[in-house]
Design a protein around this ligand. Structure first.
Ligand code: FAD
Length: 386
């Protein structure tokens, strides 16, 4: 059986779903093929931290992508809710970021350049405003900064809303599509479609690989290595009567994310050697528990209620900018992956930038801003991480 569309998207995480939704809004016929169930991999597992941004004052494409996406989130969330009735939990909770002394100058300079509102918090003021946090005694070796416009979204709800919106807009979503692979013509390098396990062929004018940590599985048979690797991240949660602070607290690679209903997420491990094993571990739990209790000693009397793991699409590029590009030898195949720790926050901009190229219209970023590995800018370091 052969099915045709304008665009076929492989992967139903936040990237694939957002791309599918925007393309369908633009009038394109879209088929989305998902190996398992939509929105159950890395995008589900994430903490949903959305850093602030001011796209007018950004220079590096990575900063502009983060800033532009961050600016879109409020309206995008509102419109998603109008269309689907699902509240994705987006809200500007504010954030407190702790930095080592040696990171401070560079980052402060980049926030100032971008004109992002922030305030350095001294120990005395911090302990008055956030008496439940026990990290104010660290001020000296570390510095704390408050960002009023840092935000968060609840990933499972956001994905549910995106999925529902895709269905509403007529995207044909096919789940449980095992072993989807590209088919080339016998005598040429031309792609004739993607084949699923049941030998159904799907063909389109454009294909998008949005398969997260598994993206190389689809490109390697075509002779292209993206260098995207799974990087396991674990999270633990507490269910509290009420979380004693409303801000996201970030320190090093770990953070606390309080939800409005008393759920507190503590994340995340960054495990480069775990491969595709999505297991949770005792050591992951213990490291996160110790981190949580160091920041907020009250948590010693609380029980951990849940623990999970997800596989981020990491890349071998030190700066970890995503790849949003087409394959040189197969220009009908696009890739949007490698979003690593920032796929939720970058999702709206990534989808829009990709679609602008497909529709050949001007974009908020120049062509070739996130090329395939080899041509990437590895000297940039982001103003925020999550
Ligand atoms: C613990 C943790 C915390 C995080 N916290 C944050 C955060 O606070 N903020 C933030 O912005 N980001 C965060 N992230 C990162 C973010 O979740 C990822 O960057 C993002 O989810 C990547 O989205 P994706 O759509 O590329 O991948 P995924 O969500 O993994 O989706 C890829 C999809 O493709 C499907 N697929 C794979 N291969 C195939 C195939 N051959 N055929 C069909 N389908 C296929 C998979 O089944 C999957 O559904 C976090 C991640 C983790 C794990």
């Amino acid at each position: 059986m052969k099915t045709s569309a304008d665009i076929i998207i492989i992967g139903g995480g936040v990237i694939g779903l957002t791309c599918a939704m925007l393309a369908a809004e633009a009038g394109k016929k879209v088929i989305l093929l998902e190996r398992g169930k939509v929105g159950k991999e890395s995008s589900w597992a994430g903490a949903g931290i959305i850093p602030p941004g001011n796209s007018k004052n950004t220079e590096h494409p990575g900063d502009r992508l983060r800033a532009w996406s961050s600016e879109q989130f409020p309206l995008f969330s509102e419109e998603l809710q109008k269309r689907t009735g699902i509240d994705n939990g987006y809200f500007r909770c504010g954030g407190l970021e702790w930095l080592d002394e040696n990171q401070v100058d560079n980052l402060v300079e980049s926030w100032q350049r971008e004109q992002i509102p922030f305030e350095a918090i001294e120990a005395k003021k911090g302990s008055q405003l956030w008496p439940q946090l026990d990290c104010w005694r660290l001020v000296g070796k570390e510095r704390a900064f408050y960002f009023p416009s840092m935000a968060q979204v609840r990933n499972p709800r956001h994905l549910k809303a995106l999925f529902s919106s895709c269905i509403e807009l007529g995207v044909e979503v096919k789940e449980n599509q095992e072993r989807v692979r590209f088919q080339t013509g016998e005598s040429s390098q031309k792609i004739i479609g993607v084949m699923n396990d049941e030998n159904n062929l799907f063909n389109a004018e454009h294909y998008l690989i949005a398969s997260g940590a598994w993206s190389d599985e689809l490109t390697v048979p075509l002779g292209v290595s993206l260098g995207v690797k799974p990087v396991r991240g674990q999270i633990i949660t507490y269910q509290l009567g009420g979380v004693p602070f409303r801000e996201v607290i970030l320190m090093g690679k770990c953070y606390l994310v309080p939800r409005q209903d008393g759920l507190l997420l503590v994340g995340a491990t960054e495990e480069w050697q775990a491969g595709y094993a999505k297991e949770i571990t005792e050591s992951g739990r213990e490291d996160l528990r110790q981190f949580a209790e160091k920041i907020c000693p009250e948590l010693r009397k609380e029980k951990i209620v849940h623990q999970w793991a997800g596989l981020r699409p990491g890349s071998s590029s030190p700066s970890c900018v995503p790849i949003i590009d087409r394959l040189q030898d197969y220009p009908e195949i696009w890739v949007s992956t490698g979003h690593f720790r920032a796929g939720i926050q970058l999702s709206i901009g990534s989808a829009r930038y990709w679609l602008d190229q497909i529709l050949q219209r001007p974009s908020f970023l120049p062509l070739g801003a996130f090329p395939l590995q080899g041509k990437r800018d590895d000297h940039w370091s982001p103003a925020f991480r999550s």
